[in-house]
Design a protein around this ligand. Structure first.
Ligand SMILES: *Cc1c(COP(=O)(O)O)cnc(C)c1O
Length: 381
């Protein structure tokens, strides 16, 4: 099955054995009657499993070319489950411009349980080797990174993790499986904040993991049930519905993202524009080889290069909404230094390029002329 067919039909055979409904019913129930003592019919208690959730988990696995899909109440709950595979003393290598919430979970929660994190600039993947020792267990990456749009060479990282027998997890939230499939490139775990492009309509918070290895999947299913950060059936239904249009939405996100990036680059009030589709992006060649297009996320700095100038622009936008988050059909604008990345210390933030004048755009699927006109008026030209 090709991708555009998978988003609609992947894992969805025989979704409603009772009445052959085309969409899975929302099983709003906490428990399932046993035919006789101990005789369950597939499901017993809704933390452990629910038919609506099971339908979505099969869809997750299908679109990421994986075998097992596991859903969670949020993207961070999915990351939390992966970290619970570790033991005190274990070490993790991650990227220096990580999603702010992932950084906070690593640095403020799991560090207290004796897990050590190395945050390294992975623009050159070979630097990872310098941080590996016999306590290293996991490499956690994001590509494109948030919000600097750096590109990490997944094949090169996977080569290193395979050699040292480490787990490789890829946060594929920004790219989505429409643009890249990390499992096919040697990753062990793909993670998504389904809150973003997979849900796609800014109306549900959810996360997932997709895995090929059976043993690893079993451990993660165990954690899903044992820790209990599961999504409800209504939310599962919404994400499943969102996934069915992922390909058409992403196609437009990419077209509009490209137009916005090119427009900003020519604009006299704009200094730098970060978008992996530019041929002079430092890792454009890697982006070109591992992604099918460049996505709808664009970051830029104003020439005035002050916090006020950036905040002024985002406050003047009218079609773009000033809000956290990304990946919905509507365009959003944010200020990473005070919003998504406020939990990262200023020195560390600025070292990764997240300066006060940086603005991050999640380019939606509105008419491109309205988006460009809006940016133009907000920049004051
Ligand atoms: C939003 C996001 C997360 C966290 O997901 P939630 O659903 O908000 O918990 C993790 N990684 C990336 C790249 C994100 O954008």
């Amino acid at each position: 099955m090709k991708f555009n067919t998978k988003v609609i039909h992947g894992g969805q055979e025989n979704i409603d054995p009772a009445y052959n409904a085309v969409m899975p019913p929302i099983y709003q129930t906490t428990t399932f009657k046993q035919k006789s003592h101990g005789a369950h019919q597939d499901f017993e208690y809704a933390r452990s499993g629910n038919p609506t959730r099971a339908a979505l988990e099969k869809a997750y696995a299908s679109i990421e070319n994986g075998t097992y899909g596991i859903s969670f109440g949020s993207g961070l709950a999915a990351i939390d489950a992966v970290l619970k595979l570790l033991m005190p003393g274990d070490e993790v290598i991650s990227t220096s411009d990580l999603y702010g919430g992932s950084y906070r979970l690593f640095d403020k929660v799991f560090k207290n349980f004796g897990i050590k994190f190395h945050f390294v600039d992975m623009n050159d993947a070979s630097v990872i080797s310098n941080h590996i020792n016999d306590r290293t267990k996991l490499v956690w990456i994001e590509t494109p990174t948030n919000p600097m749009m750096n590109i990490i060479d997944i094949l090169a990282v996977a080569k290193i993790t395979k050699k040292h027998n480490l787990l490789l997890a890829v946060d594929n939230t920004f790219a989505t499986p429409y643009l890249q499939n990390p499992l096919d490139m040697g990753a062990d775990i793909v993670m998504h904040s389904a809150t973003k492009y997979l849900g796609g309509h800014s109306d549900v918070v959810q996360g997932c993991l997709v895995i090929n290895d059976e043993e690893l999947a079993k451990k993660l299913y165990f954690i899903q049930n044992a820790s209990g950060a599961v999504p409800g059936p209504q939310d599962c239904f919404l994400v499943l519905r969102g996934i069915k249009t992922l390909h058409v939405r992403m196609q437009r996100h990419c077209e509009n993202g490209k137009a916005v990036a090119q427009f900003l680059r020519e604009h006299p009030k704009v200094d730098k524009v970060y978008w992996p589709g530019f041929t002079d992006h430092p890792n454009h060649a890697i982006a070109k080889s591992q992604m099918r297009d460049y996505g709808g996320m664009v970051s830029f700095t104003t020439k005035a290069s002050t916090m006020d100038s950036a905040i002024n622009v985002i406050e003047n936008l009218k079609v773009f909404t000033l809000a956290e988050s990304l990946g919905g059909v509507e365009s959003l604008a944010g200020h990473p230094a005070t919003m998504t990345h406020a939990s990262i210390p200023k020195v560390d933030r600025e070292q990764s390029g997240i300066v006060d004048a940086l603005i991050r755009l999640s380019v939606g699927i509105e008419d491109i002329e309205d988006l460009l006109a809006d940016l133009n008026q907000a920049l004051g030209n």
